[in-house]
Unconditional design. Sequence first.
Length: 514
Amino acid sequence: MSSPEALHPALETMEPRSVASHFDMIRQTPRMSHKEAQMRAKVVDWADSKEFKYRLDAAGNIAVDVPASPGCEHLPPVLLQAHMDMVTIKKGDSTHDFEMDPIPLERDGDLLQSKGRKTTLGADDGIGMALAMAVAEEDMPHPAYTILFTADEEDTMTGAHGLGEGMVPKNIQGIINIDSEAGADKICHGSASGHTIEAEWDLRPEDRQEVSAENHTAFKIELAGLIGGHSGVDCNEYEKRGNAIRILNDVLSKMRNSIPDFLLEDFNGGQKKNSYAESASCMVYIPNEKVDEFQRLIDQAKRVIASKFSHFEGEDNEAALTAQKIDTQIIRRVLNLQVRDRLMNVLSSISDGPIKKSGSEFVTVSNNIGIVKTSDTGIRFVGFARGAVTEVARGREARQKIQQILTANGALITQIVDHGAWQEPDGSLLVEVAKQVVRDQGGEPEAFAYHAGLEVAELKDRMKALGGYNTDAMSLVAIGPKIIAAHSTRERLDIPSVKQVFALLRGMLEKLAA
């Protein structure tokens, strides 16, 4: 762990210092989904240094036991939970290696972000980990609790799905998840279901054709600089944020209307299923006699994109469409027109962004076209649908519709993962405790439900499957500091809210001991 003397300058004003120190250690530790070994080792080192007992399971989770303070041994324990992995997204010009490099930091007023906004920050959920570790070091009255650091939350929640027997005490009264991103006064009492679908088209030799530079001019089209964002939390702002995959495909669709014989070599966009694609690119070949028409279409698309996406939250953004002429005399093998049309039609047919709303604001069903990648041997697609607790069936239907479109167009489905929604009933113990602590500290609590997935629902279902837990009586709640634009290179952490949420977490544990 970082010593106080070695604290990164951008973290100097974060309070308490113990949280800042733990976060400094976490941001220096690579922790991609499915590659959290170094992070697990750091948690083990910390637990050993505090003489806390810990357990690991086959799913990659770590459970750390914090014994009750004197006089509180008779109280039922509680579970604190945060996830170890982070969403790993970077700008196209970034050389950052998420498997090796620490996240460089800088401050923008009271906001913490990656240096130059070149990568995600990893406050989701590194700050949740840091808060849990720091509160465990406090001298205060509290019941016994276990801190569960889960694996792979940002991919398919395999840590929660595979929680091992004996990791969590059977008599816990509830779960305090520290992965909310709304700030101290906002108490999360529900989250959406999630429905992952991955597919692949194999590219056979006959699916490609040769193109010669004698008759065609090559262009690399790139759309970059979109805001990106969390495909659930930021869904209300989809029209302002956009999805580079969908936008670029729309450009190609208009091009096809005017230049039906243009050729497409590849299409690539997106980095994570649960993030709006900030960039996308493709290589096209335009018949020489139609280059002027191509340039006209590109100029028209540039103006539309600049007008719609170049200004957001009072900032000038870098959203831009470019078409660079590529001088090549090499005969290339490109997608034949049938495969080109199949791909473009799929990307046009699949719903993207909000599908259904409750009122004018709250999104209840959505989908995100997260990744499209072309290789020599195939085209990979990853999508992610969500449904509010009242719309889980519709969320699943959205995924099933994607599946139907993909299979009808020759794609092989390679993975389907569904996780459930969650909504606390009125009077839920931990929700009420959180609200009371906020009031005690001078705030006005607001309970809300996320259009995003949190692990508490999966953990509760897993405990029910394991047996021995009173899941019907179990109380669930999620809290966390304010994070802006998670799952994007513009991810920022509100520094003052860290102190407020630490006080909330500490206050909740103290109140459970009263």
